[in-house]
Write a protein that binds this ligand. Structure first.
Ligand code: NAD
Length: 361
């Protein structure tokens, strides 16, 4: 219905909901924060901050409350609870924006497809990089084909333990999070799939634990079009996120903390050393300008656009993208990486026909 403002219930009001999803929802013209549910938090203070939503300690009570008529929910709880909560919400006819990873285990994630198809609601997975202005500038530039044949990707995705803490501490425990691979790599793999239009077919991974279980990993992912991606991940070092895409004619690079747009260097231009030095200087200047806009431009904007797409899909009766199938594809590659870390050998990425259960099942 055009012009309608959709009532959204937030399930799980931990770090991610409070620092990104709820602030983003406040910017969404077509959505209103109608209710919050979390069993472990005193939500009374949150009411004033988020425009007076009703609050609950149990998401089931929230969905059964007829005084608020929710159109959709956002599930931002630890992954081991996603299957149960999302299935309950779908059963109540609510559209679901489900945080990544789809679930802790592949078995749980795949079970959600059946629940979605049975109930007919819309389900979207929170791989927000598809909506990030920075990542979309990478994709736009990449789409121009200027760097020739793509041969490799180098990606760094690191956090300090301060900036990516979870209120429940689930990230520290392998059995609750799947470690840094399931928690972060699924984002990168989803973005690479989106960028390359290809599937991850094989993964080799090394994993280590410094402050928490499996909090650092290095992955080599081979894609179906032959591109090799090198990805390092950690939650116990510094905040860094950058990406380099290497082609036969040049390189595209982006840096979440230093630039607002992807940049390209072609082999021709790189040969001119003066020009190369000037470009480095210009990049430094641009990153100074970014200081003022960094959070809104490179982080919050992605969530605003993601939630906007979710609401538009409901309104237009279309399937939101990324959907459950995309989320599961990213999980299958992450799962192969976890199994590779355990076996010390490269592991083929496989679907439900070949791999009924995954490393976390
Ligand atoms: N898309 C992204 O970029 C992104 C970024 C960070 C986190 N996440 C995802 O968001 C989810 C939550 O992460 P977080 O960092 O906020 O974790 P967190 O531990 O900080 O918060 C989780 C919250 O869920 C609550 N909760 C647990 N069970 C619940 C239930 N049954 N009903 C309602 N609330 C319940 C907890 O009490 C807690 O407050 C995870 O799936 C994580 O992977 C996504």
């Amino acid at each position: 219905m055009k012009g309608k403002v959709y009532s959204i219930g937030m399930i799980g009001c931990g770090v991610h909901a409070r620092t990104r999803l709820l602030p983003a929802l406040k910017y969404c013209r077509k959505a209103r924060i109608a209710a919050l549910a979390d069993p472990a938090r005193d939500l009374s203070a949150e009411r004033a901050v988020w425009g007076g939503p009703k609050t609950y300690s149990d998401h089931r009570a929230m969905l059964d409350d007829r005084s608020i008529s929710l159109d959709a929910v956002i599930v931002a709880t630890p992954p081991d609870s996603h299957r149960e909560i999302a299935t309950f919400c779908m059963g109540k006819g609510k559209h679901v924006l489900l945080e990544k990873p789809v679930a802790l285990t592949l078995r749980d994630a795949r079970a959600l497809v059946e629940a979605r198809d049975r109930t007919g609601v819309k389900v979207m997975v929170g791989h927000q990089r598809r909506f990030s202005p920075m990542d979309n500038s990478v994709r736009d530039l990449y789409g121009k084909g200027l760097i020739g044949k793509t041969v490799a990707i180098n990606a760094v995705h690191e956090f300090s333990s301060d900036s990516r803490g979870a209120a429940t501490g689930y990230l520290k425990k392998r059995e609750l999070s799947g470690g840094v691979i399931m928690e972060y790599a699924c984002h990168d793999i989803d973005f690479f799939r989106y960028l390359l239009g290809a599937e991850a077919v094989e993964v080799y991974a090394r994993v280590s634990s410094t402050h928490a279980d499996d909090d650092t990993a290095a992955l080599v992912v081979t894609f179906s079009n032959g591109v090799i991606a090198n990805l390092t991940l950690s939650s116990c070092t510094v905040d860094e996120e950058h990406l380099e895409i290497f082609g036969t004619e040049g390189i595209i690079r982006s840096d979440r903390y230093r630039t607002v747009k992807a940049e390209i260097d072609l082999i021709k231009g790189l040969k001119d050393r003066k020009m190369r030095a000037l470009k480095t200087f210009a990049r430094g200047f641009k990153s100074l300008m970014l200081l003022k806009y960094a959070f809104k431009r490179n982080i919050l904007a992605a969530y605003i656009s993601e939630i906007g797409h979710f609401i538009d899909s409901i309104e237009e009766g279309k399937d939101p993208v990324p959907g459950l199938e995309d989320g599961i594809k990213a999980m299958e590659a992450a799962d192969a990486a976890i199994r590779s870390g355990i076996s010390g050998k490269p592991v083929r990425v496989c679907g439900p026909e070949e791999c009924k259960g995954g490393a976390n099942d």
